[in-house]
Structure formats: structure tokens, C-alpha cells
Design a protein around this ligand. Structure first.
Ligand code: GRF
Length: 211
């Protein structure tokens, strides 16, 4: 067929967030500005009904849903979230400041199809307040990681890492702000790598085909 474009299936993202949602917004900006062709946000879900990021999604006219996790059993809460992701035909789940550990059952529902962003160069400083942990530890290089989610905290195969120097003049807040600026670039890079479809996961390694 003349002038046929290569067929590219749409990649439907489901964003999970609990807070301000700046990583979500960075992804949305990348889509709007044409940096993620073939990618769209199908739904934004929060476990915190008044999360600012959820409000932003609503203002942008995106499908948005809240499933309050307070006082609910993990399985019941996750079942609602997974059902909502399925309803919206989500094929890549992006955790963007989602402050909940996913159960093995949730992870198995989207095998190698859940990404997380973490504000440290993993495996250093998993868990909460990673930027502060790095600052207090005295590292000279800090950064962020986007990785596939597996059953362990901040652990799965790494897609992208971006590093920055820790400056003499930094405090934990200025360092966190500069890491956040890198996070916003890293998430788009990682989604593009998944959207390309031309890779495999060997052990813990993302390996691009024909690299
Ligand atoms: C980011 O620092 C991310 O790395 C961590 O939680 C924070 C979320 O920030 N997982 P935002 O809600 O995307 O602004």
C-alpha cells in the first residue's frame, strides 16, 4: 500500500497517584506536545479522594476516579482499582506518587506492565523520603529511577535513571526539587521505551532489540 504508515497500536495509560501529581502532569504535557506518539491517558485513579493531581485530571477533562483506601481491606480496594483499569482498557499502569504497595495479585494482573518512579538511583535509598536519605547520607550523585514494578518495594527491572550532582549549596529541599525536574523527563523516556515494544526483559535488564 503506498504511503502506508507503520501500524502503531495505541498504548493506553492508567495513572495512579496519591498527591500533587506533577509527574502525571509531565506525562500529560509530553503527550500533548507530541513527545509520546501513540500514547494516551485513559484514566487517572487516586486512593486519596482530594489529591490535587486527581483534581488536575478532572480539570483537564480526563476520566478520573477515586477509590478511598482508608479503612478498606487491601484486596477489596485493589479489586476496585484493577476493575477500573480494565474498564478503561489500560495496558500500562504508571504509578506517579502512588503511596500504596501493590499486592502480588495486582502485580500479576499487569505483568511487566506497571511502572514506578522513585526519587533515588536505585538500589540506593528505597522507601520513603529517598531524597532526604540521599542528602543525609552525603552522596555526591543523586537522581531518579523509573522501573517495572514487581512484588518487592522499589525493586523491579530498571528502564531509566537520570543522575545529578549534589551541590555544596543544596539542602534536602533544593536537591528534591532538582531531582523532580529529572523525574519529569525520565518518566516520558521510560514510557516511550515501553511504547516502542521493541525490547525484552532479560533477568533484571531492559534490552532493546537490534541495539
Ligand atoms: C515523586 O518524587 C516520585 O518520585 C515519588 O513520589 C513523588 C510524587 O510527586 N514516587 P508528584 O505527585 O508526581 O508530584
Amino acid at each position: 500500500m503506498p504511503n502506508a504508515q507503520p501500524y502503531r497500536a495505541l498504548l493506553h495509560l492508567g495513572i495512579l497517584l496519591s498527591g500533587r501529581g506533577s509527574n502525571f502532569l509531565a506525562i500529560a504535557d509530553s503527550i500533548r506536545e507530541g513527545r509520546l506518539p501513540g500514547v494516551e491517558i485513559s484514566v487517572v485513579i487516586s486512593n486519596v479522594p482530594d489529591a490535587p493531581g486527581l483534581k488536575t485530571a478532572q480539570q483537564m477533562g480526563l476520566p478520573a476516579a477515586a477509590f478511598d483506601s482508608r479503612g478498606r481491606k487491601r484486596e477489596a480496594h485493589e479489586a476496585d482499582v484493577v476493575a477500573c483499569l480494565r474498564q478503561h482498557n489500560v495496558d500500562l499502569v504508571c504509578l506517579a506518587g502512588y503511596m500504596r504497595l501493590l499486592s502480588p495479585a495486582f502485580v500479576a494482573a499487569f505483568p511487566h506492565r506497571i511502572l514506578n518512579i522513585h526519587p533515588s538511583l536505585l538500589p540506593a535509598f528505597p522507601g520513603l523520603e529517598a531524597q532526604e536519605q540521599a542528602f543525609v547520607y552525603g552522596v555526591k550523585i543523586a537522581g531518579c529511577s523509573v522501573h517495572f514494578v514487581d512484588e518487592e518495594l522499589d525493586h523491579g527491572a530498571i528502564l531509566v535513571q537520570r543522575a545529578i550532582p549534589v551541590l555544596e549549596t543544596d539542602d534536602a529541599h533544593t536537591l528534591a526539587a532538582r531531582i523532580l525536574a529529572e523525574e519529569h523527563k525520565a518518566y516520558t523516556e521510560a514510557i516511550a521505551m515501553v511504547a516502542s515494544g521493541e525490547y525484552e526483559i532479560r533477568g533484571r535488564r531492559y534490552v532493546r532489540h537490534n541495539a
